[in-house]
Design a protein around this ligand. Structure first.
Ligand SMILES: NC(=O)c1ccc[n+]([C@@H]2O[C@H](COP(=O)([O-])OP(=O)(O)OC[C@H]3O[C@@H](n4cnc5c(N)ncnc54)[C@H](O)[C@@H]3O)[C@@H](O)[C@H]2O)c1
Length: 321
């Protein structure tokens, strides 16, 4: 069961201040009064059928270990499933350790039931605050003890909040940047240090940015979030250059509006917001998290050995117009 999250409408001068929960004012049109559910629905594993279709072996992640921050739910959860289905072992790293543990078990069970004759991958859960360097250092140490090696890091831990710029509480802005920017930086450096020390060649870091790092999506006001995602995109490019001599690749995935369990609940209750968003997406629909599966497997695998410093936008064409 997901941890109850008290998500509250962003404040105007006449409203009570929001709770201090990270993401408390997430993705809300300030003109719409809406209180989020105490219970956020769970993300169900995607239905992936076992198959014998021919495909390039370089896309396989057989034998690799992938670390996914923010993997307990949402996009990180689906990307973890993509790795498991491609043959990788996975370490799910999340602030919410109980949910990470449940997600690890659910994904393992889903794999076992669709591949009953296979040895299931090793999927572990780790409680960690990515914005805290000590928490990250000890978590990666534990992951190495259990999995022996790390081949891929995905940084999906992050959140958004909507406040008018002139009303954004400074402490909340620091918290947002602490997770979205510092958290991405700290995790990437932690794994790169290990790879440089061990002279590993071929490590892949995939940062989860957003189309908001390249375009100002409306109507919700979210300047610090947009800036944080521009920073993530530029961190990926900068690290790609800095670590290329060590054989480390760094790329960014920039999703558009994705239909996770949380966003579905929100837009079910706010059809106007949904219609507003979709009217601006050339593809005519929100993205499904499974739309990220192929991209993240490509960037993690040997199919992308010459791809580094790229920003792969998966937004239904939103940022093209
Ligand atoms: N959902 C979308 O439409 C969308 C679109 C573009 C980009 N993104 C980005 O994708 C990433 C994932 O978003 P999501 O929709 O899956 O969100 P989500 O809220 O469903 O999942 C985020 C996960 O990150 C974890 N987390 C939060 N703070 C953390 C911390 N300090 N340390 C460790 N874990 C932490 C949460 O516990 C949660 O499990 C975010 O960076 C978000 O900005 C999402």
């Amino acid at each position: 069961m997901s941890t109850p999250i008290d998500l509250i409408t962003p404040p105007s001068t006449s409203q009570a201040p929001p709770s201090d929960v990270a993401g408390a004012a997430t993705r809300i049109n300030p003109d719409i009064t809406h209180r989020h559910p105490a219970q956020v629905p769970e993300d169900a594993p995607a239905h992936v059928k076992p198959h014998h279709k021919r495909t390039l072996p370089i896309f396989s992640l057989e034998g690799k270990t992938c670390v996914v921050t923010g993997g307990a739910r949402g996009l990180g959860y689906v990307m973890s499933q993509a790795f498991i289905e491609s043959g990788a072992n996975v370490a799910i790293v999340d602030l919410n350790g109980a949910e990470a543990q449940k997600s690890a078990e659910t994904l393992t069970e889903a794999y076992k039931s669709s591949h009953p004759s296979d040895i299931p991958p090793k999927v572990t859960a780790h409680t960690c605050d990515v914005s805290d360097p000590q928490s990250v250092a000890s978590t990666f140490q534990k992951i190495l003890e259990v999995h022996e090696e790390i081949d891929v890091l995905v940084t999906s831990a992050g959140f958004t909040e909507n406040f008018k710029a002139e009303e954004y509480p400074h402490s909340r802005m620091q918290k947002l940047w602490g997770v979205n920017v510092d958290g991405t930086y700290i995790c990437a450096v932690e794994v790169a240090k290990e790879w440089i020390k061990s002279k590993k060649q071929g490590g892949s870091i995939i940062m989860v940015g957003s189309m908001s790092g390249s375009a100002v999506n409306v109507p919700q006001p979210q300047a610090p979030y947009n800036a944080s995602k521009a920073a993530v995109r530029q961190l990926a490019a900068s690290f790609a250059i800095e670590w290329a001599p060590h054989g480390i690749r760094v790329n960014c995935i920039s999703p558009g509006y994705m239909m996770t369990a949380l966003t579905k609940k929100i837009i079910d209750e706010q059809p106007d917001l949904y219609n507003n968003w979709v009217s601006r997406i050339p593809a005519g629909r929100m993205g499904n998290p499974v739309d990220l599966m192929g991209a993240v497997v490509y960037l993690a695998s040997d199919a992308s050995t010459y791809t580094t410093g790229a920003d792969l936008r998966i937004d239904g064409g939103y940022t093209v117009i």
